[in-house]
Write a protein that binds this ligand. Structure first.
Ligand code: ZN
Length: 311
């Protein structure tokens, strides 16, 4: 029997200026800033989490922002488009809102029979808002965006690949995806949670390079630690190099590289973002994992101050 993931957990990208990143996602897009912490592998830099009311898996976009980040180049071997679900009929609201807030270059088009808006964040990260009824997040009343138009969660991602077959096989056989047809040369794979991974074949274009405005990794859900270990065994059985389980404070993670070159993670649903602060105060203060609490003063002295946008 195939193991299967429960769908998308989070997507993590690299950004430049932290305040600009925070203003765009918590202000312009109206997401909740659910956690202000540090990169556990580089604690002198921030790690931001944006999501729904309490940061449920499947709603999370996270960033490693630092002011001096060099721009990356989207290309083969990367997740090159991050898609969010918006309610049916809300594209017009979003066109107006983005225009009013100075976001230029927003393009409306139909993909796979769905209305989509293509845009870029301030670092050039490719984003898409897709009218799709696949709600998984919970509305956040504190958002500047009315509940009826709020982003409901991640709709999917696009992987740019030299060839699509090996990645498609992995998605189907190890993670429980199904073929979802093709449109304009893009091959869609459907996740059990209603999100989609689109495979864009680009045999001759440039390889992606990591930097601001590019995705660092895509994370899939495991229900719990046992489910994660079962998936880990499945990946090892496919001769993929997989890390041991790593404690990420808000979930447990394993990492591996899919055959097309993108870094994938499998993360547990728990313990979640209420493990170290109350719901009302999510994102308000810097949270550090236990191994860095002793260095809090030094870490806070390095990190630039932040202002969370008011609703
Ligand atoms: Zn991650």
């Amino acid at each position: 029997m195939n193991t299967r993931s429960q769908g998308l957990h989070h997507i993590t990208a690299i950004a430049g200026d932290p305040q600009r990143n925070l203003a765009f996602y918590a202000g312009t897009l109206g997401l909740r800033f659910v956690k202000r912490t540090v990169n556990f592998d580089d604690p002198g830099t921030y790690h931001f989490y944006f999501g729904d009311r309490i940061g449920h898996p499947g709603t999370l976009l996270t960033f490693f922002p630092w002011a001096d980040a060099r721009p990356g180049r989207p290309g083969a071997g990367q997740a090159t488009l991050t898609s969010y679900a918006i309610p049916a009929g809300s594209a017009g609201y979003w066109e107006n809102r983005l225009g009013r807030l100075g976001v230029t270059g927003v393009v409306r088009r139909e993909r796979f029979g769905e209305t989509t808006l293509r845009l870029s964040d301030p670092d050039g990260l490719g984003l898409e808002l897709v009218e799709r009824t696949a709600p998984r997040g919970e509305a956040w009343p504190g958002s500047a965006v009315p509940v009826a138009q709020q982003i409901t969660g991640l709709a999917g991602t696009t992987l740019t690949l030299r060839g699509t077959d090996a990645t498609a096989d992995l998605l189907v056989e190890a993670l429980g995806f199904a073929e979802g047809g093709s449109d304009g040369g893009v091959r869609r794979m459907l996740s059990p949670d209603g999100s989609a991974v689109d495979l864009l074949r680009d045999p001759a274009g440039p390889s992606g390079t990591m930097g601001a405005g590019t995705v660092h990794h895509v994370a899939w859900r495991a229900a719990d630690g046992a489910d994660q270990l079962r998936l880990r065994g499945e990946l090892l059985g496919r001769a993929l190099g997989v890390t041991p389980v790593v404690d990420r404070q808000y979930f447990q993670s394993i990492y591996f590289r899919e055959p097309g070159g993108s870094l994938f993670e499998i993360a547990t649903d728990g313990p979640g973002f209420l493990t170290d602060e109350l719901e009302a105060g999510l994102g308000a203060e810097l949270r550090l994992p236990p191994q860095y609490e002793g260095n809090r003063a030094a870490i806070e002295a390095i990190l630039p101050p932040l202002e969370v946008p008011a609703a």
